[in-house]
Design a protein around this ligand. Structure first.
Ligand SMILES: Nc1ncnc2c1ncn2[C@@H]1O[C@H](COP(=O)(O)OP(=O)(O)OP(=O)(O)O)[C@@H](O)[C@H]1O
Length: 299
């Protein structure tokens, strides 16, 4: 993948400011503030019901926030054709008109997206072995996901969002998706948002991490930064507490006077901790997300 320095500089393509979305008594998204950086692959991670789809629906202009603002490409995306043509939202539960066949979905996408690459779309249809003449309603779940992937990649939309794009896909097809995404992104950088539970599988792809927990954004960090800073520190509770006092604590386990704390620290903390006789271990992105979102269940 090209380094960020090699890509065209683009300012933030979307800004979410104090945004919330309520459904009667359910606050699906609450007071969320962040920006999507141009030409960067973002991972939107979180548990079931955390608010990921709702947040992407607001960014795609499919839902209006009940509080705060969502701005994409400089304007309000809600039912705004000029802006939504520049956004592709490949949603897992996409509904198609009843008689639509695979080839009709591609035709509709060709008419909708100004950067659509027809030759690339046809190549991807072959790669994923999709039956062009079959009705969408007659496709397997994995095939429907593959149609979403083809549309998302070939749209070359400036902001492309994939909502759990792998549902029903076998491991080979998922790997094909990741490989194609990396290759195409290198040739045609754009802003990507990928919501997923399969964090280990995509952790090498993700450049910026957004973690949402019960509607609130709990992590908004560059992946590289997290890889270096997320550690668990273990040892006698008193010493661990003293060492991690000023750090961002994500999770803590205590037993018989010993404690293990997951923190976001600085680059030189591991060495310092070891010099104090504490045990230090790196935390995978998957573990980090699990630890930051363990405190509560679905709302
Ligand atoms: N149209 C709706 N009406 C009522 N409640 C809704 C609606 N859409 C979402 N919710 C609720 O908002 C919360 C967030 O849902 P959302 O689908 O955004 O989560 P998610 O993180 O995408 O979950 P998952 O990973 O399971 O797909 C959930 O409690 C859900 O039940």
């Amino acid at each position: 993948m090209s380094t960020r320095e090699e890509r065209p500089v683009v300012t933030d393509v979307a800004t979410v400011s104090g945004a919330g979305k309520r459904f009667n008594d359910v606050a699906a998204v609450e007071e969320v503030t962040f920006s999507l950086r141009g030409n960067v692959i973002h991972g939107l991670l979180g548990r079931n019901g955390a608010g990921k789809s709702t947040l992407m629906r607001m960014l795609a202009g499919h839902a209006r926030p009940t509080s705060g603002t969502v701005t994409v490409h400089g304007g309000n995306p809600f039912e705004n054709d000029g802006i939504t043509r520049r956004i592709c939202f490949a949603a897992e539960n996409q509904v198609y008109p009843d008689p639509f066949r695979v080839r009709d979905v591609l035709t509709a996408a060709r008419l909708l997206y100004p950067n659509w690459d027809e030759a690339y779309a046809q190549e991807l249809v072959d790669v994923f072995d999709l039956p062009r003449k079959r009705r969408m309603n007659g496709l397997s779940r994995g095939m429907r996901s593959a149609v979403g992937i083809v549309t998302g990649l070939a749209s070359r939309a400036e902001l492309t969002m994939f909502d759990e794009p792998y549902l029903g896909l076998d491991a080979t097809s998922r790997q094909l998706f990741y490989d194609r995404l990396i290759a195409d992104f290198a040739e045609n950088p754009r802003t990507i948002v990928l919501s997923t539970h399969l964090i280990d599988e995509v952790s090498a792809l993700i450049e910026h991490v957004l973690v949402i927990d019960r509607g609130r954004l709990v992590i908004d960090e560059e992946a590289e930064m997290l890889r270096g800073r997320a550690i668990t520190v273990s040892g006698p509770a008193e010493r661990v507490d003293k060492f991690t006092y000023a750090m961002t604590r994500l999770h803590e386990e205590r037993l018989l006077g010993r404690s293990r704390v997951t923190v976001l620290g600085d680059a030189d903390d591991p060495q310092h901790a070891r010099s104090l006789g504490l045990e230090v271990n790196p935390v995978s992105l998957q573990d980090l997300v699990v630890k930051s979102t363990m405190s509560g269940g679905a709302r």
